[in-house]
Design a protein around this ligand. Sequence first.
Ligand code: MTE
Length: 321
Amino acid sequence: MNIIHRPDWALPESSATPEHVVLNRRSFMGAGIGAGLLASSPAHAQRAEQAADPSAGLYPAQLNPAFREVDRPVTTENVATTYNNFYEFGSHKQIWRAAQALRIRPWEIRIEGMVERPITIAVDDLLKRVSLEERVLRFRCVEAWAMVVPWTGFPMAELLKIANPTSNARYIRFDTFQDTAVAPGQRQFWYPWPYVEGVSMAEAQNPMAMMVTGAYGKPLPRQMGAPIRMMLPWKYGFKSGKSINRITFQAERPKTFWIASGPTEYGFWANVNPAVPHPRWSQASERMLGTDEQRPTLLYNGYAEQVASLYQNMAGEKLYM
Ligand code: MTE
């Protein structure tokens, strides 16, 4: 991550308005977000957020027994919710406080492109049309850290049924919200905003591909991509775009945020493979967040059985970065 082609005269992040100043200013703007901003810990912020979140009653969702556990312990909630990549709020890991400025209601998702009929759907209406389930999954960042999270969401295939794509659609592009008023990172114009990610139609139909709306038995906290994000656990974490508000079905492969930022470092498929290093990080092992433990990285992050068949007959494609 963190490819910066910033011009010489641009402000370094350290000399931009300090985060707490931005937060204090915002805490007086608009009802609803104040409680979260004034809270002193992620747990407090999340309790305040839940009180205001109309979907709170949907959690915890039923655990899918096929994803009850993995080969390592679940990462502590406080760790997973305070070490995040969300460049919209800063290109460092401690963005959880800044992310509380994101307004997650009302939240509409535009579904368009190669679909029978474009629609705009409020996230709470979408939640009424899908069945939520919990899955304990490995999550692996290309920066060689990893965690295990009980995510709540629904298969991406259910989204496809709602969207009704036409037979010409081959890829799906997912856009993150864009609002420089709440996301100071989006004022860093050297990044190609908005954050865009994408999958092929075949990937979206694989049962491992999810849309996630919750974690740790609660609605997703803002820093993890509330109110709705992607979850592709066999790929590097950057493929799982956060806070999605536009979904476009299209014939061409989407140009993603990281491909646009660093085409020599990032590719479209980005499947986890311990044998294929990133130019800056070996992928052979991974550090479990919140511990010093290093674990050997697993091919497809341990989900080869479920997803490897997607990539047969794709010789010549850069499948692993
Ligand atoms: N989505 C958006 N919109 N912006 C981002 O900066 N970072 C990605 C991904 N999705 C990112 C994003 C990266 S690099 C990772 S590793 C994961 O989110 C981190 O998810 P987490 O913070 O919930 O652990």
